[in-house]
Design a binder for this molecule. Structure first.
Ligand code: CDT
Length: 331
């Protein structure tokens, strides 16, 4: 019997600033119901799924942005998602902005803000939490940009690493599941840390502008989606896992985000893709045994990895100049 899990990417169309969480949750419940009808056992919602992508808006004090954050999970507003998961026996992945009253690295209790995702099991338990590590953008208002990307202002770097959990999902007794969020997908380090924990299914949500907002050189529009897919397909292939990558798409208060949510198999092939930039559910039956092929051959880590030569990856952040070649004096 193959170990098959039916997964869904529940892409969301735009959420405008004025739209309350209850509207987003109502739309997500409809997608969950559609997922149930199509046999999905695990539904993946996007990054910051409950609100507009607020880091594009500048607030002088960070506290002014607090209304975009959740202080509890579940909350009154999100409880219906947990109830639906229990009623239909479906797991789900949800991205949201989190405020936690927690000790920091120095042991000081304070309000901490993260770009977070959780994995909820079919009985409504939170099985896994991840806090985004690769925060893109900038911390101060950038007058050169027409649209801001202030994730470095509103969020701290995640402190939970890239965790993987083995838990029952759908009809399977144990599935190795891990998460990353949006920009993390562009960094092979994120994938490898999950791969080193035998991840079988990576879930990720994203909010990606469909044009380059930085205005530092030309980037053709089609490359935006290409780079997203390239990163996800490479990550899945090189770590022999499935990936479900779900967008928030469409025009939010004049700012366009691309869709093209995908489900990718361990060969790196796209096995389902969204075609709209609106609420849309795509599904795929994932035979998790397919993760075994790469792991037993080209990506048998235990046989082929050479960590003694990878020191720079963890000891160095920026790139350094190589030595300059010089002709050796004739002997
Ligand atoms: N949300 C998020 O992380 N977005 C970034 C935009 C960066 S622009 C290349 C992303 O990597 O998609």
């Amino acid at each position: 019997m193959p170990r098959t899990l039916t997964v869904a990417a529940a892409q969301l169309g735009p959420i405008q600033m004025a739209e309350p969480r209850s509207v987003a949750v109502e739309r997500m419940l409809r997608l969950l119901e559609r997922g149930k009808a199509r046999g999905a056992e695990l539904v993946v919602f996007p990054e910051l799924a409950l609100t507009t992508f607020f880091p594009r808006h500048y607030y002088e004090t960070i506290e002014e942005a607090d209304p975009w954050f959740e202080t509890a999970m579940p909350s009154n507003e999100t409880a219906p998602l947990f109830a639906a998961a229990r009623k239909w026996g479906i797991g789900f992945h949800l991205g949201y902005a989190e405020i936690a009253e927690e000790p920091d690295e120095a042991g000081r209790m304070r309000k901490r803000r993260f770009n977070t995702a959780i994995l909820v099991g079919p009985e409504g338990d939170i099985l896994l939490k991840y806090r985004k590590i690769h925060l893109p953008g900038h911390a101060e208002r950038d007058p050169r940009r027409s649209v801001q990307h202030l994730e470095k202002r509103y969020f701290e770097v995640g402190d939970l690493g890239f965790p993987v959990i083995r838990a029952p999902m759908g009809g399977l007794a144990g599935v190795n599941m891990g998460m990353m969020i949006c920009n993390d997908r562009r960094w092979p380090e994120s994938w490898r840390v999950l791969g080193l924990q035998k991840v079988e299914l990576v879930m990720l949500g994203y909010n990606t502008p469909s044009t380059n907002q930085e205005g530092q050189g030309f980037e053709a529009h089609h490359l935006r989606v290409f780079h997203s897919h390239l990163s996800i397909q490479a990550g899945a292939y090189q770590n022999s896992c499935f990936a479900v990558a779900t967008a928030k798409a469409g025009v939010e208060n004049g700012c366009e985000l691309f869709g093209h949510s995908i489900i990718v198999d361990p060969q790196g092939e796209i096995i389902a893709m969204a075609t709209s930039w609106d609420d849309e559910l795509i599904t795929a039956d994932c035979n998790l045994d397919l993760c075994g092929l790469g792991r037993a051959s080209v990506f048998a880590f235990e046989k082929h990895r050479r960590p003694e030569h990878y020191g720079r990856i963890t000891s160095q952040v920026g790139a350094v100049d190589p030595p300059v070649w010089e002709r050796k004096a004739a002997e």
